[in-house]
Write a protein that binds this ligand. Structure first.
Ligand SMILES: Cc1ncc(C[n+]2csc(CCOP(=O)(O)OP(=O)(O)O)c2C)c(N)n1
Length: 334
């Protein structure tokens, strides 16, 4: 765990642990429901990247905007999303946030300032930058934080979005979640640079390359970048290096992954690392860890039961909310 972790308060470190554990356990439940045939469609999990997703989102304030992508359940949870809403979404229930439309990974929650993932990799960046522009123009003192994978970072939108954010000095933070594989493509076939964060120099903004398995280091770095952006000093690019400990999605056994690399990163499992750090430094004892685990397990049981009992959407609803209603148009002044 990072040497400089001393200036983060212990309750924040405990909250990081609770959220990383909650993410891991919730995703394990989602996988179990998928294997039981209760969830259909793609299930993309973040085992190995939870320290990056959780700590980045926890560094935000309530009024800040979060733009997560497909592997970022931890970010949803850290921004305040409930396990029940997440399971309702994955199970496609009629009482979920999209009333049964959209899959598990594409949903928004405007009440938490979480904006749903655009499936086309990279396409989210200019949208998040546009939101950052509007936050600046409206003097909202809020920041937009967006994730992109190292694979997705090679798309043109990355350049256009980041360049515009830099030129306009927008309150925007971009996290590159470098988990070393884009589906089955290893990094040496994705880009030639040593560090993707070096690209920041080309935009005239700060770039950081950090250990994305170290939740405390990620929290510290992102917090600084977010507060810098909030104070009007412009965007930052943060590359968090980690490892995707599972396949691209639940159907993929990741047979193509380098075995030595896997072994190396199993020792850096973000959850185990954080737990060991908290125990070693007497921030938590074994009983408290067990208690936290038990509390989360109960919440997951309760949410699973409620989500399974919830009704599927009314088939008629397939034709609903396709076009804006008159009242929506009036609300937007059209
Ligand atoms: C433009 C585009 N191309 C391909 C895909 C299909 N796709 C979804 S995720 C993914 C892998 C992305 O890798 P990376 O950006 O490194 O993120 P990771 O999945 O490793 O977290 C691919 C190819 C897509 N959604 N959008």
């Amino acid at each position: 765990m990072s040497e400089s972790s001393g200036n983060i308060e212990d309750p924040v470190k405990i909250e990081l642990f609770r959220l990383v554990l909650k993410t891991r356990m919730t995703e394990d439940r989602i996988i179990a429901l998928y294997r039981q045939g209760k969830i259909v469609g793609g299930v993309y999990t973040g085992r190995g990247v939870e320290a990056t997703t959780v700590a980045s989102a926890l560094a935000l304030e309530k009024k800040d905007y979060l733009f997560p992508i497909h592997r970022d359940l931890g970010a949803h949870l850290a921004k305040g999303q409930t396990i029940l809403n997440i399971l309702l979404q994955y199970l496609g229930k009629g009482n979920n946030l999209t009333k049964g439309k959209e899959s598990g990974i594409h949903f928004s929650d405007r009440s938490l300032n979480i904006i749903g993932n655009i499936s086309h990799l990279g396409a989210m960046i200019p949208v998040a930058v546009g939101v950052a522009l509007s936050l600046k123009l409206q003097k909202q003192n809020s920041v937009a934080l967006n994730f992109i994978g190292e694979g997705g970072s090679n798309i043109g939108d990355f350049h256009e979005g980041l360049n515009f954010a830099a030129v306009q000095q927008l309150p925007f933070v971009l996290i590159i979640e470098n988990n070393q594989y884009a589906y089955s493509t290893p990094v040496e076939k994705e880009y030639r640079a040593r560090y993707l964060s070096d690209r920041a120099k080309g935009y005239g903004i700060p770039g950081y390359h950090i250990d994305g398995t170290d939740a405390i280091k990620v929290y510290q770095t992102v917090k600084e970048a977010v507060e810098r952006a909030r104070s009007g000093k412009g965007p930052a690019l943060i590359e968090c290096k980690s490892f995707r400990m599972v396949g691209h999605s639940a159907h993929d056994d990741a047979f193509y992954v380098d075995k030595e690399l896997r072994k190396k990163y199993e020792k850096k499992d973000p959850l185990i690392k954080l737990e060991k750090y908290l125990l070693k430094n007497n921030i938590l004892d074994h009983d408290s860890v067990d208690r936290i685990r038990q509390e989360i397990a109960e919440k997951i049981e309760d949410a699973t039961e409620k989500a399974i009992e919830s009704p599927l959407p009314d088939p008629e609803w397939a034709y609903g909310a396709i076009y804006a209603s008159n009242s929506d148009r009036m609300a937007y002044g059209d």
